[in-house]
Design a protein around this ligand. Structure first.
Ligand code: AMP
Length: 114
């Protein structure tokens, strides 16, 4: 199967604005931000959608959420608040089939989402 854009970013085949990286995760600035802060927290393991998560992947997902919390604090949006989103498949609005957690903040969000 051909690589997604996020695999290419993880493999440093295409450039991105990397905010954080470790053995398991990478966090980058979204190329098309919808708010003053819009990061993507991406596992290095290829998992196409949330539907493909295994029990063992719970550790990765936990670390993704934990990193979102840490980055929100670092970027000073923790007190005002922020939104974390996993989109899944077509109705969820997923466009890149490699799971990622959106961390969005710096403005007031609306609910319900569009
Ligand atoms: P989703 O629609 O949930 O799959 O989110 C995919 C996100 O990836 C969108 O918000 C895009 O703006 C973002 N995106 C696509 N290509 C890149 C890229 N090369 N660098 C950073 N973000 C990207």
């Amino acid at each position: 199967m051909s690589k997604t854009i996020f695999e290419k970013i993880i493999d440093k085949e295409i450039p991105s604005d990397i905010i954080y990286e470790d053995d398991l995760l990478i966090a980058i600035k979204d190329i098309n931000p919808v708010a003053p802060v819009h990061l993507l927290i991406i596992p290095k393991k290829v998992i196409p959608t949330l539907n493909d998560l295994s029990k063992e992947d719970s550790i990765i997902v936990g670390k993704m959420v934990s990193l979102a919390k840490d980055l929100a604090k670092k970027l000073d949006i923790d007190k005002t608040g922020y939104r974390t989103v996993f989109n899944c498949n077509d109705h969820g609005g997923q466009t890149v089939y490699h799971i990622h957690l959106h961390l969005i903040g710096g403005r007031k969000m609306n609910w319900p989402p569009g």
